[in-house]
Design a protein around this ligand. Sequence first.
Ligand SMILES: Cc1ncc(C[n+]2csc(CCOP(=O)(O)OP(=O)(O)O)c2C)c(N)n1
Length: 305
Amino acid sequence: MTGQPPNTNRPKLTLHVPEPPYRPGDAVDYSWLEIPAPDAIPRPDEAADPAAIRELAYGLIRVLDDEDKAVGSWNPSLDPDTLLAMLRKMALLRAFDERMHRQQRQGKTSFYLKSTGEEAVAVAQTFALDRQDMCFPSYRQSGILFARDYPMVPMINQIFSNAADPLKGRQLPIMYSAKEYGFFSISGNLATQYPQAVGWAMASASKGDDRIAAAWCGEGSTSEGDFHNALTFGAVYNAPCVFNVVNNQFAISSFSGFAGSERTTFAARGIGYGIPALRVDGNDALAVYSATRWAADRARLAFDQ
Ligand SMILES: Cc1ncc(C[n+]2csc(CCOP(=O)(O)OP(=O)(O)O)c2C)c(N)n1
């Protein structure tokens, strides 16, 4: 026989099952969250070695300080017209969500999903990308369509699956598709857009094109195999793709702990693959814009490694 002799004093194992700190209706307390100062980790060069900028996956990129002033090296210094245009799109998306959600609650359409509190993610990121870049969204980034001036009427037709629905009633409400707007068809199967984005980005690179891809998913979706397959392919082939994980703390009724938030940040997923990773305050449109520009510019750099 090989190995250690039986030890009768070994401790009994226990299985850890994450417990959400708050249930619906509880008073929430996020005072334990460490929120670093806006420029705690200054903006590095886009060509930085991923190993040299690991801390950015654990910090929090902010531009707006506690007095709502834009400060620090991540400040994208946008002109007033761009700032106003971004704000207008975010406000429009919130109003659209409110109106459509009410229609769903009135039983006039079967399904609706809002982007409340996440408006800055899709809108500011789309402003930071080039118009020709291809977006692979989840169901919470309809802000991409707003930012790219997609008209609201076909969106509403799609939600009601009426005769003018561009998708002819073949998709669940809000699972839009708009190829001319660089908006890949939304899929109800979580995280499938990740490998699709990487495949698209690999094709773009292999054809010598100049367009990059961007993909979004929720933090719960990072536990899907597709997420990890995509990151492996993306890292191996240096696919020009920006991966975004939007952590709103809950995956429907499962809290983020079930997807691993008790162990590390979701941005830190990138580190294991050698992908440079940034953790960003998703409520800070300027931080989101700036981080996206950094990532997109990096994706456009041809790394010969
Ligand atoms: C492959 C797959 N498994 C399960 C579901 C059911 N489902 C729909 S949304 C959702 C939660 C997703 O949470 P998250 O990725 O955090 O996104 P959020 O809705 O919070 O933005 C689940 C489990 C699904 N649509 N597809």
